[in-house]
Ligand binder design. Structure first.
Ligand SMILES: [Zn+2]
Length: 421
């Protein structure tokens, strides 16, 4: 039996595995059932001969006794020395939201699609990598090197209790792992080389509180922020739109610098829903926005920050009482694996073989766990490749196609055959 027919014969198992994973509602936040999903996978992989470790990210961001951040790392060793191929999937899923016509944790199979929160992002990809590894091992019992499968926490909230923690513990050191594939839903014929950079910051304008009937006695922080937003429209957004990148970012709208105003708050705090009274009359003395700036390989983060500083300074020059503060919240450098890296070339050839089509190279608009593997693990030979349609992630009625998973499992198994024979 060839490797691809071996995979096709495991279709029922693949469906069941995907459904079982969806039926464990690993919602993040707050981080539910992480231990359950790691134990479920651990039991399965031990049966196939993997050595399984459950690792709690003790003390990491969001880890607590109530919501411990559990991760699974499973390693299968071949008969001879060789390289290690690691498949990393996150096991957490985002909130359900409204608008579902199927049960979000039911794992319903209908017309070749499996439905549920996390079906495409990314329990389908996780199940696919398990089936690919098991089929490869069954067909090549004397292979060289090692295969690792990890299921990690908190990708949806930054990955600090997941891949970042494991990378700090040495799990992604290049002397232990040589090739990393992250089966995020990027479509079965695309190879994702990396992602843009991100900088989050909070900008606060300050004023002076006074009675709302005599606003001239105070200084309105919301009006100051209005001036900031105006300046942003007039100068910053056009500047960002003019910066195009050579990175193959999809969708096309993200092939430039972007900025999102994530939130705005000014004046009195929002009251709880059970408060039935009116607001009091005050001039707001504080207004805050959070900005989410995505930047390109061609940009330097110092330059990215100084553009915003320059914009604020030009507002200040025009408004005598204008005072502001700016605070960094979070930043990640852009990353992009070389197109001729071994894992890229191998997966590219496997896509051509299985799907009979040219693989497309893409870059993700947002970051994912590759950032930690690159920055903390210092491992550059890393891509995202997996089944599922990117646009369905985080949507109601999220689904993953069974045939897409079978095809992707074929690509992954051929990749193992090429790298570990
Ligand atoms: Zn994901």
């Amino acid at each position: 039996m060839t490797l691809l027919s071996n995979i096709a014969a495991r279709e029922a198992d693949l469906i069941r595995l995907t459904q079982d994973l969806i039926r464990i509602p690993t919602l993040n936040p707050p981080g539910l059932r992480y231990l359950d999903i790691c134990e479920y996978l651990g039991t399965r992989l031990e049966k196939t001969g993997f050595k399984v470790e459950l690792v709690r990210a003790k003390g990491a961001l969001a880890d607590s006794e109530k919501y411990p951040r559990w991760n699974l790392v499973a390693r299968h060793k071949g008969q001879r020395p060789g390289e290690c191929v690691h498949f990393n999937s996150h096991h957490d899923v985002v909130e359900v939201g409204h608008g579902w016509s199927t049960h979000p944790f039911g794992g319903e199979l209908k017309d070749g699609k499996i439905y549920g929160r996390g079906a495409c992002d990314m329990k389908g990809g996780l199940a696919t990598s398990v089936i690919a590894a098991e089929a490869f091992i069954a067909a090549n019992p004397d292979y060289a090197g090692a295969i690792e499968i990890s299921a990690t926490a908190d990708e949806e909230s930054g990955g600090y209790g997941g891949v970042a923690y494991l990378a700090e513990q040495g799990y992604f050191n290049p002397d232990r792992v040589q090739h990393v594939i992250i089966p995020e839903p990027l479509n079965k014929d695309r190879i994702c080389l990396g992602h843009r950079g991100v900088w989050w910051a909070e900008i606060e304008t300050n004023g002076r509180i006074a009675h709302g009937s005599m606003p001239f006695l105070g200084d309105c922080a919301v009006r100051h922020m209005g001036a900031v937003l105006e300046e942003m429209e007039a100068t910053l957004f056009p500047l960002l739109a003019s910066k195009r990148t050579e990175m193959p970012v999809v969708p096309d709208g993200a092939r430039q610098s972007t900025l999102n105003i994530n939130s705005i708050h000014g004046g009195e705090p929002v009251q709880d829903a059970d408060y039935t009274g009116l607001p009091s009359a005050c001039v707001p003395d504080r207004c805050k926005i959070v900005i989410d700036r995505r930047f390109l390989m061609e940009e330097d983060i110092v330059e990215v920050k100084s553009e915003v500083a320059a914009m604020l300074e030009s507002v200040k020059a025009a408004r005598p009482s204008f005072e502001y503060e700016i605070r960094d919240l979070f930043e990640v450098q852009p990353t992009m694996t070389e197109e001729d890296a071994p894992v890229v070339k191998t997966v590219q050839a496997a896509i051509e073989k299985v799907l009979n089509t040219q693989a497309e190279f893409v870059v993700s608009p947002g970051t994912y766990d590759q950032k930690h593997i690159d920055r903390i693990g210092k491992l550059k030979n890393c891509i995202a490749y997996g089944p599922g349609i990117l646009d369905l992630a985080h949507q109601p009625d999220e689904w993953v196609g069974v045939q897409d998973m079978i095809d992707s499992a074929g690509v992954m198994a051929l990749t193992l055959e090429e790298l570990l024979s």
